[in-house]
Write a protein that binds this ligand. Structure first.
Ligand code: GLN
Length: 550
């Protein structure tokens, strides 16, 4: 007999809305990505979106210390870092319009209003703004055939700024979309009591229900696993079945979260609620990867010489999240245990003798960055790595500073600099990209950079060429304004720098290396954005391999 309910559901798109309760910074992005992963285990095609309720049009103008890293998509979006988690977990590129901000929604509505598209109506938050939100959410189903769209709503329930987004998703349910709601909440345990407290969760679900949304599932973040008593309490007060309350305690490895959900049967329950009788979950490859990591005991110590230390240490972690993940992926790929050391470059400016600490490391990274602070300290660290044969990987600013250091010290171009750092330098070895000058002069600060994936032609026989599997052309993502000045390429090359990758017109230097060094490789791009678990970014893999061979 034909199962008609199943037939009807074929080709249908299912939406899973993830909301947050109690506090932000719960790892809702990782939770969302993990829900996506367990659905992928069943063979479903999944994509994910992030709603950021701030008024900024995108994340390009946000300060990293305030909001964490700016993630760059393949199509050149400057986006919230959660899209990075989606890409890493789901192993697919997520386009920039999968990040929706209040700024984008309102600017679209106002533009339409000015064009007279609302036919003389009073334009209002409901329905016009909510319609625009729904249109943007549903757009995710138009670019590829997807079974699931996960929509993470930033912030917490009760914030003024995400009310219209919640309202839009409430309407989607009313409009009979196949949709379900997962509320990710926090269950604190006061040290003095030692008891997990569910009251904040009860309150946040109460707020959600006032808006008209009844969560289908509750995922409780907590330090330790949730006990049965707490589960029952949450179930009763939040109007869900006790089996629909899931425990999401702190784990050492974020990539273990999908398995934790799998063990509690979350995917089966999601599928059941949506009347999907999907086959069997295949999580064996992911499980093997997560299990193996636990056994890697040999450490590989990588120092990250950074500068975003101004607002407390914990922020620093967020500013470099993709670099950290890329180091981890590459270390695990080489069956090593990654150990990351944070080094404030300003230390070397005040106390150059501290440079010796770099000897204790297996490799050093100077990641991307903007502005002046800590620059000379980074240059000192790069010089130390170059002279002492310590494996070095330069990312964007890390390449620019490697060129400056080399120009000063090897090419004898004293006071060589980037015009970003010293406008009057006698040797502007790093300077503006010509086509960017006009944009910057117009002082349009949003999206004035070279953004997104660009091709580079690799030079045969170089380390970079080998690491990319002997590919002639590779695409990496960019986010910068400055470039190696073409006028200095000759002198740099004559003195030993090999530019192992260049833009198709050969004007822009995309990769560089020093042939007689154990590993001294840098790129104008940000290869960390394409690193995925089990598929490390080639240059990070190269760094770890060199570090290990020392
Ligand atoms: N500040 C430099 C530039 O704009 C480097 C940018 C970066 O490291 N992402 O070119």
């Amino acid at each position: 007999m034909v199962n008609y309910s199943y037939v009807l559901l074929i080709g249908m798109v299912h939406y899973i809305i993830v909301t947050g309760g109690v506090i932000s910074g719960l790892g809702k992005g990782i939770t969302t990505a993990s829900i996506g992963k367990i659905l992928q285990f069943y063979g479903y095609n999944v994509t994910a979106m992030k709603i950021d309720p701030y008024i900024n049009y995108d994340a390009g103008t946000l300060r990293p210390t305030e909001h964490g890293e700016v993630w760059v998509t393949e199509d050149g979006g400057e986006i919230d870092q959660d899209l990075g988690n989606y890409e890493r977990f789901l192993d697919k590129n997520i386009p920039k319009h999968h990040n929706i901000t209040t700024g984008q929604v309102y600017s679209a509505v106002i533009e339409k209003e000015r064009k007279g598209e609302y036919l003389g109506k009073t334009v209002q938050p409901i329905p016009h703004v909510t319609d625009e939100i729904k249109r943007r959410i549903k757009r995710a189903t138009q670019e590829e055939k997807v079974d699931f769209v996960l929509v993470e709503i930033g912030g917490t329930v009760g914030d003024y700024e995400n009310v219209l987004f919640l309202e839009a998703t409430r309407q989607m349910k009313l409009e009979e979309e196949s949709i379900l709601f997962i509320h990710v909440t926090y269950v604190p345990a006061l040290t003095t009591l030692g008891e997990q407290k569910t009251k904040p969760t009860q309150h946040s679900v109460k707020l959600l229900r006032e808006i008209g949304i009844q969560p289908d599932f509750i995922i409780a973040r907590s330090e330790k696993p949730l006990d049965d008593v707490r589960k029952e309490k949450i179930a009763l007060f939040c109007n869900v079945h006790v089996d629909d309350v899931f425990s999401d305690p702190d784990l050492d490895n974020i990539y273990a979260v999908p398995l934790l959900f799998e063990e509690q049967g979350l995917s089966k329950k999601i599928l059941k609620k949506l009347n999907l009788h999907g086959g069997k979950s295949n999580s064996s490859r992911w499980r093997k990867f997560v299990e193996e990591i636990k056994g890697f005991k040999t450490p590989v110590k990588i120092g990250i010489v950074g500068k975003y230390f101004d607002i407390g240490d914990f922020q620093l972690f967020d500013s470099y999240i993709s670099v950290i993940e890329a180091v981890k992926h590459a270390a695990w790929f080489n069956r090593l245990k990654p150990v990351i050391e944070w080094i404030d470059s300003k230390t070397f400016e005040k106390k150059p003798e501290k440079l010796e600490m770099l000897n204790k490391l297996d490799g050093v990274i100077v990641p991307g960055g903007f502005g002046l602070s800590g620059i000379e300290g980074k240059i000192k660290a790069i010089k130390y790595c170059r002279e002492n044969n310590i494996p070095y990987l330069g990312l964007c600013l890390g390449m620019q500073l490697a060129v400056i250091e080399y120009a000063r010290d090897v090419c004898n171009l004293k006071k060589a600099n980037s015009t970003e750092i010293d406008k009057n330098t006698p040797h502007p070895v790093i300077t503006f990209i010509p086509e960017q000058i006009n944009i910057l002069h117009e002082s349009r600060y949003g999206a004035t950079m070279r953004l997104g994936a660009y091709p580079a032609h690799l030079k045969k026989g170089t380390k970079v060429y080998e690491l990319y599997g002997k590919k002639d052309v590779v695409y990496e993502r960019h986010r910068h304004r400055y470039e190696v000045n073409p006028e200095y390429v000759d002198v740099l090359e004559k003195n030993g720098i090999v530019f192992s990758g260049v833009s198709p017109d050969r004007v822009l230097m995309e990769f560089m290396e020093l042939p007689n060094h154990r590993y001294f490789v840098a790129t104008q791009a940000h290869p960390e954005f394409k690193s995925r678990p089990m598929k490390p970014a080639p240059l990070f893999n190269g760094l770890i391999k060199a570090a290990k061979s020392g």
